[in-house]
Write a protein that binds this ligand. Structure first.
Ligand code: NAP
Length: 289
């Protein structure tokens, strides 16, 4: 069993750190809002630390799941960041969805401290984190990945090294590009069914097992029809992710016309007050046009 620190106890990090404790690891947690760290200790045992640096002292592995690029920089290399106290030979595993640029910067900064840095963004949402069945896509050195994989396994259904540093984040970008187009297609299909006077539930019943079926269709159609959008992944986070995808595409020459337009549709949703609605709220935009 390993000594593990976990930084960031949000929707995702709180249950992920819980799975590490349940697996028998010795876990120290840090959260910017300290009361959440205290609640976590009440739920799972372990210890709470007041700063990333304190949490990381003596840890074999430091895992993070914070918000965006700036947040990651802060917990790694900011004042009282984890890199200042991590021991040589230890591994930092970043589960935040961030840009290729910050990943390259943190990999280099870690290397200067003789620390390994593995980018390991996740998919599977809040339910995947709570049930310990996330898909984890990793980038980094083979040896560091091999050491981190058994720790990550505590909350993963699948964990795979996709290549050198940054390959995990690039894989997550593919995931988000696929989801964006799919959700708009599903929104348009349901919207059309409603306008055509069909029983949209019956329509889904007939088509979900065929070629148009998808995880989003099976798991989101009912709440989309009920105009409920509080199921996890927020539009604000999606815009962060699509921004990362589009700027990376700008650099590598990929053409993402649908992703670009759906990013603008999500901007409309934000302007409707839906920044914290879940990503299936694209249908609400169609209903209000
Ligand atoms: P969240 O609930 O908003 O939690 C974010 C966490 O990061 C909180 O613990 C927050 O602390 C902490 N944090 C933010 N800025 C910080 C800073 N500057 N310094 C220290 N801590 C900071 O977000 P989430 O839904 O767990 O998502 C976390 C990451 O996973 C994001 O990159 C997101 O894109 C990605 N992700 C989310 C999902 C999902 O379904 N939610 C799925 C896949 C990937 P406070 O408690 O003090 O605010």
């Amino acid at each position: 069993m390993a000594k593990v620190a976990f930084l960031g106890l949000g929707v995702m990090g709180y249950p992920m750190a819980g799975h590490l404790a349940k697996a028998g690891h010795q876990v120290t947690v840090y959260n910017r809002t300290f009361s959440k760290a205290e609640n976590w200790v009440e739920d799972y045992g372990g210890q709470a630390a007041p700063t990333p640096a304190k949490a990381a002292e003596g840890a074999d592995f430091v895992m993070a799941c914070v918000g965006n690029d700036d947040d990651l920089r802060q917990v790694c290399t900011g004042a009282e960041g984890a890199f200042s106290t991590m021991s040589g030979g230890s591994v930092f595993v970043d589960h935040t969805t961030v840009s290729a640029k910050v990943t390259a910067d943190m990999y280099a900064a870690a290397d200067a401290h003789q620390i390994s840095f593995v980018d390991a963004p996740v998919s599977g949402g809040q339910a995947g984190a709570e049930n310990g069945v996330l898909s984890v896509m990793c980038g980094g050195d083979e040896g560091a990945y091999a050491r981190a994989e058994p720790i990550i396994d505590a909350y993963a259904k699948i964990c795979k090294r996709m290549g050198p540093s940054g390959a995990g984040q690039l894989t997550k970008m593919v995931n988000q590009i696929c989801i964006a187009g799919l959700l708009q297609g599903l929104s348009e299909g349901l919207h059309f069914a409603e306008k055509a006077g069909l029983d949209a539930r019956a329509v889904i019943d007939v088509i979900q097992g065929g070629a148009a079926g998808s995880w989003q269709m099976v798991n989101r159609y009912e709440t989309m029809l009920d105009d409920e959008f509080n199921h996890g992944f927020a539009v604000d986070w999606m815009r962060k992710d699509l921004g990362i995808c589009l700027s990376t595409a700008n650099e590598n020459g990929a053409s993402l016309p649908v992703t670009a337009i759906i990013d603008q549709f999500y901007k409309d949703v934000q302007n409707m007050g839906g920044g914290r609605w879940d990503t299936s709220s694209l249908i609400k935009r169609l209903r209000t046009l």
